[in-house]
Design a protein around this ligand. Structure first.
Ligand SMILES: Cc1cc2nc3c(=O)[nH]c(=O)nc-3n(C[C@H](O)[C@H](O)[C@H](O)COP(=O)(O)O)c2cc1C
Length: 216
């Protein structure tokens, strides 16, 4: 089947893109508003962009018919700071609870029974129950499409990370079997991310004209 994305309805485009770009990591983003009310919501249009400097990206979709921007976007635009928490399998229900479109004055930490810990370098709190949290400062943003149906792509610089001691070793390797993060698929589907296999990448050695295993 050939799909001309421009000829498809927006909903159908969403279905084929989110069904194809899988599994997606989930940024469980905590922020705080001007009145000090905490906010927490998941975003799976999320990825790493670079490590030097350490930059991540999150895309916040503008929902047609919704007059106000998402609380997360509003809070990041006003404070310039946020925390990306990583949810593990045990936090799936709580993560889902925080995706509810509560009014701005509702603190999703309280709704989902989670503990907010004050940030060290940012005003936003982190989720105490999450195995990994990244304190971020807004690095840049790119408006995409229109205010009605587009998105705002946010880039964040990671200033500080919390990694639960049991999942990281002294060589800074994070154990995926202990982390057990959630992967997002299409619709309401998720996947586990703890079955792995390895393939060593090759490096072309001009001296011998052969491909040798890349070290490290
Ligand atoms: C697993 C998951 C992933 C999501 N990913 C995104 C996303 O990438 N971008 C987005 O705009 N909304 C996404 N959503 C929807 C937001 O979480 C939802 O709109 C939420 O109510 C926003 O909260 P806020 O208004 O407090 O910021 C996702 C929801 C779930 C459950």
């Amino acid at each position: 089947m050939e799909l001309d994305l421009h000829a498809l309805e927006a909903r159908t485009r969403y279905k084929v893109l989110t069904g194809s770009i899988v599994p997606r990591p989930i940024a469980w983003v905590s922020t705080v508003d001007r009145n000090g009310i905490a906010n927490l919501a998941p975003f799976s249009f999320f990825n790493g962009v670079s490590h030097d400097p350490p930059i991540i990206s999150i895309s916040l979709l503008h929902e047609p018919g919704r007059s106000q921007m998402k609380d997360t976007l509003q809070n990041i635009l006003s404070s310039g700071e946020f925390v990306v928490n990583i949810a593990d399998e045990t936090l799936a229900q709580a993560m889902n609870e925080t995706a509810t479109d509560y009014p701005s004055h509702v603190d999703e930490f309280a709704m989902a029974g989670l503990t907010a810990v004050p940030g060290s370098k940012v005003c936003a709190p982190r989720v105490a129950e999450a195995p990994i949290s990244m304190e971020c400062r807004l690095y840049g943003l790119l408006p995409i499409g229109t205010e009605q149906s587009g998105a705002t792509l946010l880039l964040g610089e990671v200033l500080l990370m919390y990694v639960r001691d049991e999942i990281i070793d002294e060589r800074f390797h994070i154990d995926i079997r202990k982390l057990r993060p959630l992967g997002r698929l299409a619709g309401s589907d998720y996947t586990y991310v703890h079955e792995t296999f390895s393939i060593v990448r090759g490096h072309y050695d001009p001296a011998s004209g052969t491909v040798v295993p890349l070290k490290g």
